[in-house]
Design a protein around this ligand. Structure first.
Ligand SMILES: C[S@@+](CC[C@H](N)C(=O)[O-])C[C@H]1O[C@@H](n2cnc3c(N)ncnc32)[C@H](O)[C@@H]1O
Length: 261
């Protein structure tokens, strides 16, 4: 199996997924995405079961990414915090010559994504408690999509090796939201694109202090060799929670910046 731009060799693999970060027992215990099967199931319902919602609920998110993607014949892209891999798979499907990576810190998310998008396995998530029963989801075999377990702040890519880094609903999950920008600049080629979409619904006070109001993010980027291409606020996304139509309305900030050459 080719892993293109991923730095070989991974210290370990599990079910075909290279593991670049060795989580301690405490880290696994503290990671809600590892602990609760329910979060994986909810991400599966949101990203892989369009027919339940009459379409992909996060279509505006996908549209934003597509709108700001450089449309070159060769493209190396990483979706950081990819969860079950929908956005990464959308890109991989658009152009077989593109090399697409889905990176996440949760093995449980990656397993679901890898089983579905790469191994072509069918899924039957249990969505009974949301009123959706157990839909049959038919897997696919995308040869140009690769999943890897790693920290978004410590990626398994060489310096200046990627054209695009994207992250959605991630920076407000990080202990120090700005800590990842430097790492993303490292792996991007000069002129490469960073796409970020986040509701800025920080988990920790440090996040609110660092990045609220969002103009602080703009100032941070401006001071650090990024060129602003787009700033959209809000990009509104609706996350359905159940068959009745309950859900969460996310007011996201979306931005595209270019690493200066
Ligand atoms: C709220 S989910 C968002 C998933 C997806 N990108 C979306 O837009 O719906 C956050 C994801 O980021 C992952 N994650 C959290 N902290 C991370 C980190 N430091 N590095 C990489 N992934 C991380 C989680 O495991 C989870 O899959």
């Amino acid at each position: 199996m080719a892993f293109g731009h991923l730095l070989p060799p991974p210290p370990a693999r599990r079910r075909g997924i290279p593991l670049y970060y060795d989580k301690s027992e405490n880290e696994v215990r503290a990671d809600v995405y590892e602990r609760y099967d329910e979060l994986v199931t909810r991400q599966t319902a949101l990203h892989l079961a369009d027919h339940l919602h009459g379409g992909y609920p996060f279509q505006p998110l996908l549209n934003y990414v597509l709108q700001h993607l450089p449309l070159t014949t060769q493209l190396a892209v990483a979706d950081v915090g990819c969860s079950v891999g929908r956005l990464a798979a959308e890109l991989a499907q658009r152009n077989a010559a593109w090399d697409v990576y889905g990176v996440d810190l949760s093995y449980q998310m990656l397993r679901q994504g890898n089983d579905y998008w790469v191994r072509g396995e069918n899924l039957r998530p249990n969505l009974i408690r949301y009123g959706w029963s157990t839909p049959d989801l038919a897997g696919q075999k995308l040869a140009n999509l690769h999943f890897a377990l790693a920290k978004g702040e410590q990626l398994p890519f060489a310096d200046a090796s990627l054209d695009v880094v994207l992250n959605t609903f991630l920076i407000d999950r990080l202990a120090v939201p700005f800590s990842a920008f430097q790492e993303w600049a490292r792996v991007l080629k000069p002129g490469g694109t960073l796409l970020t979409v986040s509701p800025l619904n920080f988990l920790q006070p440090a996040g609110w202090r660092q990045a609220h109001p969002p103009v602080k993010i703009l100032e941070h980027l401006k001071d650090r060799n990024w060129e602003l291409r787009d700033w959209t606020d809000p990009l509104t996304l609706f996350e359905p929670m159940d068959v009745r139509g309950n859900g969460v309305n996310w007011q996201c900030v979306a931005f595209a910046v270019r690493k200066k050459g």
